[in-house]
Each structure stands twice: as C-alpha cells, then as structure tokens.
Write a protein of this length. Sequence first.
Length: 161
Amino acid sequence: MDYIGDSLKSELKILYRVLDDIDIPANSFERSRNQYNAELLLNEISKISFDNTEKKIGLIDEDIYSEGYKYIFGEAENPGINIIVSTRRLNPEYYGQKYNQDVFFERVLKEILHELGHTYGLSHCPDRNCTMYFSNTLADTDYKKASYCERCQKLLKIYCS
C-alpha cells in the first residue's frame, strides 16, 4: 500500500501512518444484509487516538452500507477526521475477474481521496473526472481520476487554510 500512501502525500500533502489491525465491533454487522454498518465503523475509528494525526483512515475488506444504499465504497465525516473505505467491491476478484494490483490500488486510492475530500468539507462534484464525483457504480470509480478538479482544488485550499 506504499503506492497509496505516496499518492496521498503527493495529492494532499498529508502524513500518514499504517496501523495494526483493530477488531471490528460485532454490533456493526447487520446479519439481514450480510454487511457492516459504515456509521458504526466510523464511530469505532473515532475512539482511536493518535498524536499529531490530522485524519484517520480505516480500510476494511468487508462489504459496508449506509442507510438508503444497497452498498457503499466508503463514508466519512463531513467535515471531520474519520474515514472508512471498503476494499471488498473495489477488488476485481469480487466480480470473478483476475486480481489486478494496479486496478485495485487505483480504485482504493480514488475512494480514499474522495472520502478525504469530504472530511475537508467538500461535497460531491458534477465533474465525472473529479475524484469527488459520486461513485454510484464501480464504472464511475474507474472513470474518474485520482485527483481533484480545479474547482475542488480551490475549495480544498479555502477549507484547509
């Protein structure tokens, strides 16, 4: 995951730290959906504290959902600190395809950047190329770039000043 970390430093100039695995709270699993509740996972991440940490990014290889959605790729506080991204549906193997590390890492990076944008106060962007474009499907994620459009970059500078 060094590629993702290096890309985060390049795109947003943020420092990151890779942490040990944490236990997934049992109450976050919704048996009827066979998915984990993203809001409860975000709450669990919020309980973890680190010195000199601007943002906390949780990655989970489980399917996650938010009320009103069949599934989601990720969720974040807007604005806030905590992010959860599910790698489950970003992995080509989920769809019966051969694993492709480049495709997988690019998808994960795009979703992390998207959720990070929310933590800085950005909303969804109408530009399909922008990482802040809402990914309703995996095709949307594959189409957009792992970068912010000019409009979102300007907003990030305003929100981060």
